[in-house]
Design a protein around this ligand. Sequence first.
Ligand code: TXA
Ligand code: MG
Length: 320
Amino acid sequence: MTIVSSDIQLASSFLKEGKLVAIPTETVYGLAANIFDEAAVKGIFKLKERPLFNPLIVHIHNLAQLEELANELPEKAKQLAAAFWPGELTLVVKKKEIVPDLITAGKDTVAIRMPKHTLVRELLQQIDFPLAAPSANPSGSISPTNAERVKEYFDGILPMVLDGGSCSSGIESTIIGFEGEEAILYRLGAISIEEIEKEIGPVKQNTTNDSSPEAPGMLLKHYSPKTSLILSTDIKKTLGKFFNKKIGVLVFSNALESSSILHQEVLSETANFKEAAANIYEALQRLDHANLDIILAEKLPDKDLGKSLNDRLVRAAAKD
Ligand code: TXA
Ligand code: MG
């Protein structure tokens, strides 16, 4: 049985014993272990069926921990940390010797994030080690944004989910790396690129590449429901092309009226990107549980967080 509870004490003793605990963050739930416990970290890869070449994000709660793990930071990394930590930003920076190769997949960089969810901050303060935590889903599937979805994925094989309610941001952190002093976007996420550029100026963007060695986890097919998903820029027209199928629809703000739709999810009636982000993974989960033949998803306006949400939908629509 997987324990679902908000008992920080219990979560902290499990982690100290080398057990895995799913943790709430403001982005998505993570599957956490002590970064210095090799057996426990191996357990994360095994449970998620994650390839060992895909490195993990390290979660910290203060800047002293950052100093322990990272070498001299680029100026822009410092500016971004000051502006967005604690929060939905991951920085990929040169690692110190102490960071195990298993965490970084042998790279000389480490991805670090300081989450702001109060439960996980309290937990990180209680234990004296940073936590490695990828999203708490089997590799390639939809990231969980509440404790129940984590339990659904790993019931009986994961000791505990620390229940921190629904994730307020709802999609993963934005990942920024560096080439010398130049900032590079590795993954679109919960902080828009516009917000990042307001702090540090232009950021090089090259996240579309399927097999970029810079961000090994950014495979095209990802965040995928089991039901096939089609992404459309003209959803009414696309809907008209399907007959005799059990159809589900995901739209940004305007519901479609059609008797051929069995299940419809509206991400934000007020066309608010933040609300849409907070809802998107649960909406996909509900659609995926509705016993449909096909999910038709509407492409969002390609700006601000709309870009990040479109990134997830493109990957959710990708075939093997
Ligand atoms: O919001 C988030 O970032 C969530 C929560 C739990 O913190 N975590 C998350 O982890 O999304 P995961 O493992 O699902 O995605 C981490 C991404 C992967 O694409 C991985 O390849 C990339 O970060 N990554 C990790 N370390 C890296 C490194 N040293 N260089 C480049 N990319 C790295
Ligand atoms: Mg993930």
